[in-house]
Write a protein that binds this ligand. Structure first.
Ligand code: ADP
Ligand code: MG
Length: 714
């Protein structure tokens, strides 16, 4: 039955698409203020949900009032006077037989004072609605909504809770309530399109959308405000589910759309003469099981004539670069060029050095492109890229600049993909699109990330990608021992580092400040560098920070890698990717100021060799309880997934790296933190809708996400 209604209202005959202008009291000016909150149609109003509720459905005895809650109460006016102490106050006392409470006004006019004083003389009662506060001698309320109860006046008791809506300047609660109420009246005549099919609703025991909206805007008196926000409230739960579903569907649709594009299918041969076989043969170690599994996933993707869109997730140090080389060699073997983009100069150059060594042996050529390339160097690189003599191009953001033209780009690899925006990634992909007769061919795409977001979140944040996880570290690693130490023990730390370096170990000393100020961070690093140089004149110390020229930076990194420098003072420029296996000690200053994921990434610079490593998290005083709890998490685990999960719990989803770009952080009612347990269910639901109710998909996405989230075709 419900299904039939649902189908007949599909063409928006219910009128809810109309502009809010049709409502009483809404003119052009007011509608513009609504527009500021993205409220255009009646539908939009219906989905503008209360953030909390006021209970004016019952009168509470003064004796039962609770501090911190708002309530409706009445009482006989016992006293009323204007007092001038430090400031002028209109102060009343009322009594309902169960207790007394003070009612105070700091802003009032003389007419107001007069009427209240008169009412007191006549022994009248007052009804108030306000937040209850603890006063000096008794309970009190300040500036309540109030009415003097006359003979012909009855106390206004509502028959549902009063919604409090999120608002903006120029849009009062009164106006919002009135307008939304009018929109709700439409629901009595029309059935709102319910895109959650009846069968699914019934199975999950979820109420209809009509019921849900009426309930959430005007809950009945017996529903406590607490219940309304709890997980147990199935009206709220229904909408949360629908919103998460909308996001999941929009990601899945983007995925499907991309899967319909064309790519060149590669042939993968395991011939002993193949580049891969030759490369693996000279490698001093065996690939881990996890690496092999992920490479097999990639090989399979590459043989298909649609673009690969795979994300490789793997904790710091899990060996993602190996996966990148092999993927690159597959493409090169098939006569294609490969582009590898990394977010920092330092990391890009490290990749360049490595790949050059690996590919040189195979007689392959690697080009280098960064923002800091000299004119001549750059011209030569561009030439090799354009004429195809470069088999591989490695660089930073410089790779997708206008002048870069590829000869035959077949694979794009993006390292630390969370550091790039959607536009940037697409700009590079676009360079590989090739038109041939009637078809457009897209390059294959491989992304790598070391910032593991919790598994449940990954299910939705990366729903537009295929994911492979490297869930195993190369053998022989000893876990990094992490200690948390206060700034006051700096001298001890210095001595410890000194000792470690004297025994030939290498150490990073990371100077962090607020991330936004690179200049200050560099100054702090320079300062520390001077101090340490003076303290340990016999130690070979280097300095690297973001404001140095690229050549200088690279020279220092090379010297550190070669073991000529034992102690490296650095800013967070070394956060991603940098790989110096012999470094086994890391000190991070002001650790409390960084996010957990960032600290985990930094810490990942040590523990790469076979010797035991230590990471010292130094904090400055005073350290908040929460700050301490965060650092303790790092002390407790080396597993990036656990760190990410705890980070989510402590900071909420909005702050989590990687979710920001996907739009997941901007949800209307769902909260990824609170509602993450629903995500596996959502994934199943999304699949069900795509198979059985494909017509519902677009409207559900439009309702919750609208045109806000734009997806590129790849
Ligand atoms: P990440 O996943 O953080 O990018 P890298 O690719 O930089 O990690 O690898 C970290 C280190 O581990 C490198 O020094 C690399 O040579 C080494 N490595 C990678 N795979 C293996 C393996 N299967 N066995 C031993 N060492 C490996
Ligand atoms: Mg890496």
């Amino acid at each position: 039955m419900q299904r039939v209604i649902f189908i007949t209202t599909r063409d928006h005959a219910n009128g809810l698409e109309q502009s809010i202008i049709v409502l009483k009291g809404i003119g052009k000016k007011l509608s513009e203020r609504f527009a500021k909150r993205s409220l255009f149609s009646l539908n939009d109003l219906l989905f503008h949900l209360p953030i909390r509720y006021q209970d004016k459905t019952k009168v509470v005895n003064i004796a039962h009032l609770q501090v911190g809650h708002s309530a409706l109460f009445t009482g006989e006016l016992l006293e009323c006077q204007v007092q001038t102490l430090r400031r002028t106050v209109l102060s009343c006392v009322i009594n309902d037989g169960t207790g007394v409470i003070n009612v105070r006004f700091f802003h009032f006019n003389s007419a107001q004072a007069k009427s209240l004083i008169n009412a007191t003389e006549q022994g009248r009662w007052l009804s108030c609605f306000a937040d209850i506060k603890r006063g000096r001698n008794s309970l009190e309320v300040i500036h309540p909504e109030y009415h003097i109860i006359n003979d012909d006046y009855t106390i206004p008791i509502d028959n549902s809770l009063t919604p409090v809506y999120p608002t903006t300047e120029g849009l009062s609660q009164g106006v919002l309530r009135n307008t939304i109420k009018q929109a709700l009246n439409y629901l009595e005549r029309a059935v709102i399109d319910d895109y959650l099919p009846f069968a699914i609703r019934e199975e999950l025991k979820l109420p209809s959308l009509n019921e849900t909206l009426n309930y959430l805007h005007h809950p009945p008196p017996d529903s406590s405000a607490f219940e309304l926000h709890s997980d147990q409230n199935h009206y709220r739960q229904r909408l949360v589910l629908e919103e998460l579903l909308a996001h999941q569907l929009s990601m899945k649709c983007a995925y499907q759309k991309k899967k319909q594009l064309y790519s060149y299918s590669l042939s993968i041969r395991n011939h002993p003469d193949s580049y891969c076989a030759k490369f693996l043969k000279q490698l001093p170690f065996q690939l881990t099981q996890a690496q092999q599994r992920v490479i097999a996933d990639i090989a399979e993707d590459l043989t298909v004539s649609h673009p690969m869109q795979r994300l490789v997730q793997g904790d710091v140090g899990s060996g993602k670069t190996m996966v990148a080389v092999l993927a690159a060699l597959y493409a090169i073997e098939n006569g294609f060029q490969v582009a590898l983009m990394a977010p920092t100069e330092l990391l890009a150059e490290q990749h360049y050095n490595n790949f050059q060594q690996w590919l040189e042996v195979l007689n392959l050529q690697v080009a280098w492109l960064s923002g800091q390339c000299k004119v001549k160097q750059r011209r030569e690189a561009l030439q090799c890229i354009a004429d195809g003599s470069a088999n591989m191009v490695i660089g930073t953001h410089a790779l997708f600049q206008e002048k870069v033209v590829f000869h035959h780009l077949g694979l794009v690899i993006i390292d630390e993909q969370h550091r790039f925006g959607v536009h940037q990634r697409f700009a590079l992909i676009q360079k590989g699109i090739k038109k041939e007769t009637d078809k457009e061919y897209y390059p294959h795409q491989l992304s790598m990330t070391a910032t593991p977001i919790p598994r449940t979140l990954a299910m939705t944040a990366y729903a537009d990608l295929d994911c492979s996880v490297i869930d195993e570290l190369p053998p022989g690693r000893t876990p990094v021992e992490t200690v948390v130490i206060g700034e006051h023990r700096r001298n001890e730390v210095l001595e410890r580092v000194h000792q470690a370096c004297l025994t030939g170990r290498q150490a990073y000393w990371v100077c962090t400040l607020i991330e936004e100020s690179e200049l200050l961070q560099c100054q702090a690093a320079e300062e520390t560098y001077k101090i340490l140089q003076e303290a340990f004149p016999n130690l070979a110390i280097g300095l690297v920070h973001g404001r140095m020229k690229n050549d200088e930076k690279q020279a220092i990194m090379n010297a550190f890698k070669a073991g000529e420098l034992l102690l490296l003072i650095a800013t967070t420029v070394i956060e991603v990717g940098v790989d110096v296996p012999n470094a086994s000690v890391m000190i991070i200053e002001n650790a409390e100021r960084l996010g957990l994921s960032q600290l985990h990434q930094l810490r990942g610079r040590v523990g790469r060799g076979s010797q035991s490593s230590a990471c010292i998290l130094m904090y400055s005083h005073p350290l908040s309880k929460n700050g301490k709890a965060r650092l303790m998490i790092l002390r407790g685990t080396n597993d990036g997934f656990i760190v990410a999960q705890k980070d989510l719990e402590l900071r909420g989803a909005g702050e989590l790296m990687g979710t920001r770009q996907t739009g997941l952080a901007e949800m209307k009612i769902a909260d990824l933190m609170r509602d993450q347990h629903l995500i596996p269910k959502i994934d199943k639901l999304a699949q069900c809708l795509m198979q059985e109710y494909p017509d519902n998909i677009e409207p559900i996405i439009n309702r919750w996400i609208g045109k806000k989230m734009e997806y590129y075709s790849l």
